[in-house]
Write a protein that binds this ligand. Structure first.
Ligand code: COA
Length: 531
């Protein structure tokens, strides 16, 4: 495969861009660091005093030593609820357990007792969706107070609310995906259903509890006064009710038991000889200096591709046509991929070239990676007369119907229908990550301010335009779009699977691609009912 030639020259412009980007990286690392503290020092100390292990350390004990753990949406709920719900109170991610990639879904009991906020439900559902799409066994580390009651209207009743997670558990069971729970703390109501709908359950003596209604609910409902241990303790559930299958004397014993259960799954993965992997010839650490933070400043996206793909080798498709969309074949960590990457606004030619390329990938069973940095499709009389609406629709059709796994990384702007044509969240890529310089919105703040003030000026019901009011609308629209288009606003609301650093892109994509390439046929349609 041809090598992408390095056209990046060291110098003041490169240094300035790298330095601007480093500010974004520092902010990202600081925020990631802050959410690791969970519910804060005091609650963490209480948690440990009770003999409980902090949530991310539980995961460390669960996964194979020195294996990767891909944490998802660590900044969910960021800057919401006064920042008191770090990571939305739940840690999700893919880890290797006894050699097998598994989805791990773990409540953080130091965050409001592990209860579910709107974003907690969304994150839990998303993790299940990823497990289902990539055929991963699912391990639940349960420590969960059910729905966060003050937010119950945003958590309980709707289709994709708490009930959806249990619906999903049942469907995943029927699809043949193993689901295993370890219960570490008080699990009430919804929290109780997670283990109750699992194939196998381990409970920790003394701290693990499962009850549909906790002691206060029991007292209120039937005036029975009972302590939590009698009502739903681990010993009772393992020896009397049968809600639990194994009793563990400590959390570490419970985690070891989960590893044994996973080890005994006889879960086949496709064994294949390793493909040759060559690191990129050009250094991934140079990406920030190529990209910078000014979305208006163009650069050649091939230089980014060269720092993501094996050996910096890229077989470009139709290089002399529709050049604002770069398409081509490469490999990432030995996994063959087709890449579509924006190199300017999308014209009709670029859109149909993209559609054609996606068809090629689909026929050749090659997964597709989208590198999104797009202001949108071309507008204007010439573009409309040239049929941009129908040509862009072809790209959207091809993206929607491709049968191969698709992966999206937002490496810059993600605006308007460009988001659709380049496989935005609505088009259900298997994973979607963003870089810290990303912006996602219908349009940029500047364009939005122009559109909205124009609409206000032209509004018949408002009479003559009042320039003072127009000025206010302009400022408000700008502020709204600026605030709502940051990657933190997006990741907080689970519009992506997390913000990653540019030089991690290759490893993250490689890990995700390897899950798909090892996929097996599931045994299929018989759920496991707990008896
Ligand atoms: N809704 C709202 N707040 C909840 C909650 C829930 N379901 N579960 C816990 N919290 C809050 C507590 O009020 C407390 O808030 P504060 O720090 O602002 O005072 C915080 O989470 C920690 O709870 P605490 O009881 O101190 O922690 P714990 O580790 O001793 O116990 C639980 C954890 C989950 C066992 C316990 O909080 C509990 O039983 N919660 C209620 C469960 C319930 O009835 N759920 C029904 C949902 S439908």
């Amino acid at each position: 495969m041809p090598l992408i030639e390095n056209t990046i020259r060291a110098g003041s412009e490169f240094d300035r861009k790298a330095s601007d980007f480093s500010v974004l990286l520092e902010m990202l690392r600081d925020r990631h660091g802050r959410v690791l503290a969970g519910g804060g020092e005091k609650l963490r100390a209480r948690h440990i005093e009770r003999g409980k292990i902090p949530v991310r350390e539980r995961i460390d004990h669960l996964v194979d030593p020195l294996s990767p753990f891909l944490e998802l949406s660590a900044l969910a709920a960021w800057d919401q609820y006064g920042n008191e719900v770090p990571s939305a109170g739940i840690v999700t991610g893919i880890g290797i357990v006894t050699g097998l990639p598994c989805m791990i879904i773990a409540n953080d009991a130091t965050v409001k007792g592990g209860s579910f906020f709107h974003e907690t439900v969304k994150k839990h559902l998303r993790a299940q969706e990823i497990a289902e799409a990539n055929k991963l066994p699912c391990i639940y580390l349960v420590d969960c107070g059910g729905a966060f009651l003050p937010e119950q209207d945003r958590v309980f009743p709707d289709r994709d609310h708490f009930g959806g997670t249990f619906f999903q558990q049942c469907r995943m069971s029927a699809a043949g995906l193993p689901q295993i729970s370890a219960v570490f703390g008080g699990c009430t109501a919804g929290g109780a259903y997670i283990p109750a709908l699992s194939d196998e359950v381990v409970m920790v003596r003394g701290t693990g509890r499962i009850h549909l209604g906790g002691p206060p609910i029991v007292k209120a409902a039937i005036k029975e006064v009972v302590d939590g241990e009698t009502l739903g303790g681990a010993e009772m559930h393992t020896t009397v009710s049968g809600v639990s299958d194994y009793l563990a004397e400590s959390e570490l014993e419970a985690i070891a038991k989960v590893r044994d259960i996973v080890g005994a799954l006889k879960w086949p993965r496709e064994v294949r000889s390793p493909r040759p992997v060559g690191a990129p010839v050009h250094d991934p650490a140079e990406i920030p200096g190529i990209v910078g933070t000014d979305l208006k400043q163009p650069y050649d996206v091939r230089q980014v591709i060269a720092r993501i793909v094996d050996g910096s080798q890229f077989q470009e498709f139709k290089p002399a046509y529709g050049s604002s969309l770069v398409c081509g074949f490469a490999a990432i960590h030995g996994e063959p991929v087709g890449i579509l990457a924006n190199n300017g606004v999308l014209f009709s030619e670029s859109a149909v070239k993209g559609a054609h390329f996606i068809e090629l990938c689909d026929q050749r069973r090659t997964p597709i990676v989208f590198l999104q940095n797009i202001t949108g499709f071309m507008v204007g009389t010439e573009a409309e007369r040239g049929g941009i609406a129908k040509h862009s629709a072809k790209l959207v059709y091809a993206v929607s119907n491709a049968r191969v796994p698709r992966y999206t990384v937002i490496i810059g702007g993600s605006y308007g229908a460009g988001n659709y044509g380049m496989c935005g969240r609505g088009f259900q890529p298997r994973f979607l990550f963003a870089w810290p310089n990303a912006r996602i919105a219908t349009m940029s703040a500047e364009v939005a301010a122009n559109v909205v003030t124009d609409l206000r000026r032209g509004s018949l019901t408002r009479g003559t335009a009042d320039e003072e009011e127009i000025g206010r609308v302009d400022r408000e629209t700008r502020a709204q779009f600026e605030a709502q288009s940051t990657p933190y606003y997006a990741t907080s609301r689970l519009w992506d699977d997390g913000i990653i650093e540019p030089d991690q892109t290759r490893d993250v994509l490689g890990f995700c691609l390897s899950l798909a390439s090892q996929e097996i046929e599931l045994p299929g349609n018989r759920p496991v009912y707990r008896m």
